[in-house]
Design a protein around this ligand. Sequence first.
Ligand code: GLU
Length: 457
Amino acid sequence: MTEVRVRFAPSPTGYFHVGGARTALFNWALAEQTGGRFILRIEDTDAARNRPEWTEGIISALSWIGISGTHPAFEGPYFQSAFEPQHREAVAKLLAGGLAYYCDCTREALEARTGSEHKGYDGHCRDRGLTSGAVRFRTPDEGVTVVDDVIRGRVEFPNNAQDDFVIARSDGSPLYVLANAVDDITQGITHVLRGEEHLSNAAKQQLLWPALGATPPVWAHLPVIVNEQRKKLSKRRDKVALEAYRAEGYLPEAMVNYLMLLGWGPGGDREIMPWSEMVPLFKLENINSASAFFDEKKLRAFNAEYIRMLPLETFEERCLPFLDPEWDVETFSRVAPLAQTRISVLSEITQYVDFLFLKEPVFDQASWDKAMKNAPVEILGDYLERLEAVSWDPESLKQMLEEVGAAHGLKLAKAQAPVRVAVMGRAVGLPLFESLEVLGRERTIDRIRAALSRLRG
Ligand code: GLU
């Protein structure tokens, strides 16, 4: 069997999109499973919209999700702009073979003939034998062009609805649809896996490949990704930049796992599955054609699971970029296991542990108002009085608060709230008594005292 050669062909015109990451991963899975090649081709022919930093962003994002240039399956990056000579050559070949022709129709002239701006090209220059102008591909007039798509089945495009489309501008510069086919052919691509929005290009490319002497690839157009309102994910509306998820503290393992489920699934009811187990199960035939819902809540839940699965030491390391470098790492280590079971994204770590490092906690007003309203000031006062003498361990600290609460007719949960807000600033956080143990007697006393004076105004 011939080697499977897939490609990922992003245009570097913006932040790398989660949809792009999904396409890349599906390609990567197929390459890895078959021992094939994954070619990264940067489609940079739209010079006005490309920027080198977008290319760098793509490469760094790919490597974050495990698609790395150091892997033996990885080939490239190639830059489409570097292959312009081949694109021009292909145009020349099509012209020479009569499969394409020059056209000098202006839009106005065409509209005047067809009477509408929405009608397609009328074939006016087909047999005029011009020797300059834009170049159009001669499409068949009858029958259908069939794109045999592994995911969508047989997709038919009636040829009478297909224009003689332009493949090169009158200045000779080749168009994208042509460049894409030529590169795929030159790079020996066997399978084209890409977003559904390219299906209409596939109709053209299905015609171009044989015209250029090649057998069309296996097509697989991946389902569109939609948001909660079932609208296609868009960079204007939705959080789509992979970088935004990375910055928020999503783990690449979780991201990869979740993205693989956008249109595909390993079968059975297991969804949390590491890459290495998914690869052998991956099958183009099992990709769904229905749109895939990008559910950020579910992704977040995945991420929380992946965080819990990390060895403690790895968890601590992954948290470091989210912590103030001034903060003492050893103190952090003491509470890290408590935080690991509570956070969903790594950036949340800050609000869980900052009370240990800041001079005074960051007060969340709503937490403060609620906690202080439901428990009498006396709780704090009584607790404070006994803190000097108590043995400084979670069990004793807890027992003592239980007693203080009981004296005021409050259950532990209610009695805890004002203490928690006084020392941590927020209603939600790490377990209180373990936190007090790490915070230490002196600082705990100071904070409760400060809270009391705030309350007494
Ligand atoms: N450059 C195209 C894009 O970024 C991809 C085209 C293709 O995969 O064929 O959408």
